[in-house]
Ligand binder design. Structure first.
Ligand code: ADP
Length: 676
């Protein structure tokens, strides 16, 4: 199945969500873990402190019981064994204590000789556990604390203690026993009391006081949140191993915490317990350690975690919603400028009508991308325009080539026909006289020279196009070249009846040119002027950079650095339409390209002239105000001031003077007119 690429907007949105959702969820998980461990740490510390406090309270309570028991044992009623008085004392005593006495038993040395018992059961442990009943020679300060055993009722007879509410307090029941000796030192009674101490216990969901577990030195459970466990040995419990190692730690004097995983018989839930211990140092022989645990289910210890979890869930949902909105906003604000750029490139039908690329994204990179695309399109437009021009040029060149072939063959055939015709006339002895023969020979000669000049032009343009044309620059006097050219044209001027206005300048104008090529340029310009002018005049003027009136220069004419000289040939001929002017310097171009046109020519003269002039550091330009308004050709060429010319090349100047050509002299050129 084809996998369609998604839009940039959707891609961005999905990627932002794909990153942010797991990060948020992981963040939530980490925060919960952190909160859990921190809550656990606090719970452990609180439970450990609570266990220590509970142990201290119990120790203080037992000491108070011990003191009171001692006090009772000293009273006359107890000493004398006055049962009635003893009962009265006990009732009074019960009301004054900060603990509850649930049973008092006063028993004589013989088991059957009970004297007093305030409840319907015996609380004095059996003789095996009570040392003074075994030996009869124990010290008077003996005081023993026992756990009440499995069968003791759990509820105290009275739940009000000095008017205080005991509902939030744990009941811890002990049996304390002490011997009472008579004045004779003989054991008279064993006094045992079942006392209930109360302790703060954890009833609030968030309270970390914990419920109380007390384990006596014989590993018997004295207090437990599950009343069924009271009186059991810890070895009977599911968490026996953990509890016994905890008791070991307490006996080593430690207070710490422990996790109990099977604390209750019916539940498998985890409980957290802080533990501590206390000693009952009332008897040197009973110096064992009692273990106190402050226990709470782990759920209660982590009660705050639920609230944190709820807050985190709300926060995560909020953050998810916020990140989705943010992703939507970011995706939109990023994709809009990109979409605008796409539309911009899609809307480009015509490169020449190219608009500016959108630049309002406020994102530097995208604005820059727009600029680059616009620049690329403009370059494309430029190069396609160049290509168009090159294509037009190529088409034109092809057309010109065809025109050239037609023209040239016509131009070649005309003089050739003349030559052949003249030769045939002479060969067939058709002339009447020798003079007539000579005339035909002269015509053939003239036609042959014309043919030669056409062929030379073709060769020159071939050399120009091959880049192999070179010039031989020497200093020459412009006056002499001009004179030579005019001499060659005088006859035609006279034949056509044109007026030739030529400049007069007495001083030599020395120009560094290729003599024959420069003459060819002048000849071409003058013969064009004459060819395309049927009546009127041809005006030649010469100005230099030093002239007061330098004359107009066409803007396209490239003036060399001074000193220079400018030759202007102005005719009153047929003129040229402005749209044709720019292409006339291309080879083979004629304004009227047809070979049936009234003027002969190959269209090579101006192209050759421009190349020659540029090789000689000069230039040539053609101007016309339109058809019938005449034409002006301007030629410019560097000039050599006379002294510098002599200094730079005196021998050349001398040689030039000796050659057949007329070279730079001080003679002034004479004015020639077609009329003269
Ligand atoms: P040719 O004269 O052999 O055709 P040129 O390169 O010398 O070739 O001239 C190119 C064309 O420029 C001519 O065919 C003509 O159309 C135009 N031209 C040149 N000089 C003149 C002028 N003085 N007056 C009118 N048209 C001219």
């Amino acid at each position: 199945m084809a996998n369609h690429p998604r839009s940039f907007r959707r891609n961005l949105l999905l990627k932002i969500l794909a990153f942010s959702v797991p990060i948020l969820l992981i963040g939530q998980g980490v925060a919960l873990r952190k909160a859990r461990s921190s809550l656990l740490k606090t719970s452990r510390q609180n439970l450990t402190s609570s266990a220590i406090r509970k142990a201290e309270e119990l120790q203080t309570g037992i000491r108070s019981v011990e003191a009171n028991l001692d006090l009772l044992a000293q009273t006359a009623a107890f000493q004398a064994g006055d049962e009635q008085a003893i009962e009265e004392i006990l009732v009074e005593f019960d009301q004054d204590t900060p603990y509850v006495i649930s049973c008092v038993e006063l028993r004589g040395p013989q088991a059957e000789a009970d004297t007093v018992n305030t409840c319907d059961r015996s609380i004095i442990p059996d003789a095996k556990q009570v040392p003074w009943l075994q030996s009869g020679s124990v010290e008077s300060s003996d005081f023993y604390v026992f756990s009440p055993g499995q069968n003791a009722p759990t509820a105290p007879p009275n739940t009000s203690l000095n008017g205080e509410d005991r509902e939030d307090r744990a009941l811890i029941k002990f049996i304390v026993a002490s011997p009472i000796y008579g004045e004779d030192g003989e054991l008279r009674y064993t006094l045992a009391m079942e006392v209930c101490l109360f302790q703060l216990q954890d009833i609030g969901a968030q309270s970390l006081v914990g419920e109380t577990v007390v384990i006596d030195p014989n590993d018997i459970i004295v207090t437990h949140p599950d009343p069924n466990q009271v009186g059991k040995n810890i070895s009977e419990l599911r968490d026996a191993r953990k509890l016994s190692s905890t008791i070991g730690s307490v006996r080593a004097g430690n207070s710490d915490f422990v996790h109990l995983f099977r604390f209750l018989p019916q539940e498998g839930g985890e409980w957290l317990a802080g533990y501590s211990g206390f000693k009952v140092p009332v008897s040197p022989k009973q110096n064992n350690v009692w273990t106190v645990l402050a226990v709470t289910p782990i759920d209660r210890a982590l009660y705050g975690l639920n609230e944190i979890r709820q807050v985190l869930v709300v926060l995560t949902i909020g953050l998810l919603a916020a990140s989705t909105l943010l992703a939507l906003y970011v995706a939109r604000s990023l994709s809009l400028p990109i979409e605008r750029l796409i539309r911009y490139t899609q809307d480009v039908d015509d490169l020449s009508q190219l608009k500016a690329a959108p630049h309002s994204s406020q994102i530097w990179e995208l604005d820059y991308l727009g600029t680059v695309i616009e620049r690329m399109l403009r370059r494309l437009e430029e190069s396609s325009a160049e290509l168009r021009h090159a294509w037009q040029d190529a088409q034109m060149a092809n057309q010109l080539k065809n025109e050239f072939l037609a023209n040239t063959s016509h131009e070649l055939r005309t003089p050739l026909n003349g030559i052949i015709g003249s030769i045939h006339v002479i060969r067939d002895d058709l002339c009447d006289s020798r003079a007539e023969e000579l005339e035909f020979l002269q015509q053939a000669d003239k036609a042959a020279f014309h043919l030669l000049s056409i062929i030379e032009d073709i060769l020159s343009i071939a050399k120009i196009e091959a880049g192999t044309l070179d010039v031989n620059i020497t200093p020459v006097d412009l006056r002499h070249i001009l004179q030579d050219v005019l001499d060659m044209q005088t006859l035609q001027f006279q034949k056509k009846g044109l007026q030739l206005i030529r400049p007069e300048f007495p001083e030599p104008v020395i120009i560094p040119v290729d003599h024959s090529r420069f003459k060819q340029v002048l000849l071409n310009v003058l013969s064009n002027a004459m060819k395309f002018t049927e009546e009127g005049s041809i005006t030649i003027s010469v100005t230099t950079d030093e002239s007061i009136d330098k004359g107009d220069s066409p803007p396209e004419l490239f003036l060399p650095p001074p000193p220079w000289v400018k030759i202007t040939v102005k005719d009153s001929g047929i003129g040229i339409e402005p749209q044709h002017l720019s292409k006339l310097f291309k080879p083979f171009v004629m304004v009227d390209g047809s070979h049936t046109r009234p003027y002969e020519g190959t269209g090579l003269g101006l192209a050759i002239s421009q190349n020659f002039m540029r090789l000689m550091q000069g230039d040539i330009a053609i101007r016309s105000d339109g058809a019938g308004k005449g034409t002006t050709v301007t030629i410019v060429v560097p000039r050599i001031v006379k002294e510098a010319a002599r200094q730079s090349n005196p021998t050349q100047m001398a040689d030039d003077g000796q050659s057949g050509e007329r070279q730079a002299t001080d003679e002034p050129a004479s004015a020639v007119s077609a009329d003269s």
